[in-house]
Design a protein around this ligand. Structure first.
Ligand SMILES: N[C@@H](CCC(=O)N[C@@H](CS)C(=O)NCC(=O)O)C(=O)O
Length: 230
């Protein structure tokens, strides 16, 4: 595990470039929370090492150390950081947008499951015979359908919540940033413009600069193959 950015007020992020841990990296930069990053890799065995499994039981990223404890699950981490360090990114109980805040925070993982399938099929399964063109097309369609729900909202307002930018734009925004490798965002009205608003934010750009060399997605776009026998 390589360690960088020695600034440390107690928040350490375990991160793989381009992975869901980018959500946390973005939130840390967006809110100006001092932190350090432990850069991990899917190559090798670091995510399966007993010391990492003690932090993240399924060997996934993100994980953080915060307030003297470790924590996994990006949605929970975003909520905790909002509660403890960045109230402007959260919507506390009683806020008029609280219900929608929770919906979108969890919806990010509805999007995430389709992206995980697409990433498996296009990238992680290395041999052609392991992949399924049917699953690739189906998951791309399901991801686009799920993104339609996001588009319907951001056509009428800048951010997912009427009260303004929040952690749910980070959670879902990460998905959108990856989804454009599988879905043509400009074919869903409102999505490309929302993506442009997200990526123009200084917090996003600082996180992108700190993301490290991408190791998952090497192509701009992964086209679903047709079903003809190869
Ligand atoms: N719901 C979890 C998902 C975490 C997750 O699956 N992360 C992926 C990277 S995007 C991972 O670590 N995969 C490694 C593996 O599956 O072994 C979260 O949002 O934190």
């Amino acid at each position: 595990m390589q360690q960088t950015d020695q600034t440390d007020d107690g928040v350490t992020l375990w991160h793989v470039s381009q992975a869901r841990s980018f959500r946390i990296l973005w939130a840390l930069h967006e809110a100006g929370i001092p932190h350090r990053v432990e850069y991990m890799s899917f190559a090798g065995k670091a995510l399966r090492a007993p010391e990492y499994l003690a932090i993240s039981p399924a060997g996934r990223v993100p994980a953080v150390r915060v307030d003297g404890q470790t924590m996994f699950e990006s949605g929970a981490i975003l909520e905790y950081l909002s509660e403890t360090r960045a109230p402007h990114l959260g919507r506390a109980p009683g806020h008029p947008d609280r219900r929608a805040f929770l919906e979108w925070l969890h919806y990010a993982e509805t999007l995430g499951q389709h992206q995980a399938q697409l990433t498996q099929q296009h990238i992680m399964l290395r041999e052609d015979w392991m992949r399924s063109p049917t699953v690739m097309r189906l998951e791309a369609t399901r991801l686009a359908r799920a993104l339609n729900g996001v588009a319907l909202v951001v056509q009428g307002q800048d951010w997912l919540l009427p009260s303004g930018f929040s952690a749910v734009d980070i959670a879902v925004g990460y998905n959108l940033h990856i989804a454009r490798r599988f879905i043509r965002l400009d074919q869903i009205p409102g999505l490309a413009a929302y993506h442009a608003r997200l990526t123009a934010r200084p917090g996003f750009q600082a996180a992108a600069a700190a993301d490290g060399p991408g190791e998952i997605y090497t192509r701009d776009f992964y086209e679903a193959p047709d079903d003809q026998p190869r």
